[in-house]
Design a protein around this ligand. Structure first.
Ligand code: FAD
Ligand code: FES
Length: 263
């Protein structure tokens, strides 16, 4: 159920590279979000910016003695007005939040092998998936080493990560898709099972994936700017083979083959 609620900031930790880790605890019980769903968050008390901003959650910690309504963790890049205000809000402040919203990633069938791909801040939407099976190959591409957020904060360990960087400062030097393509074809040559890929990154990465012959079922999480987040303003429409769809309500996760990029 989507609902408007207030949530108290219990942690707000800036990192050196423009990211910050935000943890909030809702004032009411909320439904447990699916991975790939998101929340609209008011970034401060001022009317500017007026609109709430969309953020994927990295983790939902179920209700416990400390937080009777559980808590939500976010990894956010400070890129503009709203996120830069949010980054400086103090612990104890309350935020207006709507969610969980949208449709998350579909389940992985027992005969499928999951590969996860993240480009830049896209890591926030898919990091929770690595909890499903710590051995899941996780392809993470950044422009340069300094742009990797501090994962210590999120308590994710044992992830089978393949890091790539455009400038070669960490991991494989080159595009994350180049490495993904190599690993997928190696896997196909090896055991030849069915592959499902979940990806979150910039649209350019998705367009490139749409042009590749990956022989896999690929789902992507679209990050279109959003005004309402609940399907009423029609501001986040995307053209698909099934007609115009709202990223906030019908997505943000879509089957890559359904998206019409030049429509
Ligand atoms: C479903 C969804 C989940 C998201 N999850 C996360 C997340 O987990 N962590 C995170 O850091 N960011 C996430 N984003 C992106 C985040 O919503 C934007 O970065 C944020 O709204 C920018 O707000 P601002 O007021 O700081 O920037 P603004 O001042 O509004 O804009 C600053 C710049 O960012 C661009 N921008 C604004 N909104 C978006 C957007 N949605 N996507 C791409 N560029 C945008 C603007 O064009 C402008 O260039 C998500 C977006 C969507 C749609
Ligand atoms: S953001 Fe308003 S319809 Fe999607």
């Amino acid at each position: 159920m989507n609902r408007l609620f207030t949530a108290e900031i219990v942690r707000n930790d800036p990192m050196d590279n423009g990211y910050f880790a935000l943890q909030v605890t809702p004032d009411v019980e909320i439904s447990e979000p699916d991975i790939g769903q998101f929340f609209m968050i008011k970034t401060g008390e001022s009317i500017d910016p007026l609109l709430l901003r969309p953020f994927s959650f990295v983790d939902f910690i179920p209700p416990n003695d400390k937080y009777p309504n559980g808590s939500l963790m976010f990894l956010i890049g400070a890129v503009g007005k709203g996120t830069n205000i949010l980054k400086h809000l103090a612990v104890g402040m309350r935020l207006s939040v709507i969610g969980p919203l949208g449709q998350g990633f579909p389940p992985v069938a027992s005969d499928e092998i999951l590969f996860i791909v993240a480009g830049g801040i896209g890591i926030a939407s898919v990091l929770g998936l690595t909890n499903v099976n710590p051995n899941t190959p996780f392809f993470y591409g950044v422009r340069t080493k300094e742009l990797i957020p501090d994962m210590v904060w999120f308590n994710y360990t044992g992830i089978n990560t393949f890091t790539t960087s455009d400038d070669g400062s960490i991991g494989f030097a080159g595009s994350v898709l180049e490495l993904l393509e190599k690993q997928v074809s190696e896997f196909k040559r090896g055991c030849g099972g069915k592959i499902k890929i979940y990806a979150c990154g910039p649209n350019g990465m998705y367009r490139a994936m749409a042009g590749m012959n990956l022989d896999a079922d690929v789902y992507v999480s679209l990050e279109t700017p959003m005004a309402c987040g609940i399907g009423t303003c029609l501001g986040c429409a995307v053209d698909t083979v099934n007609g115009l769809k709202m990223v906030c309500k019908d997505g943000p996760v879509f089957n890559l083959k359904d998206i019409i990029w030049d429509g």
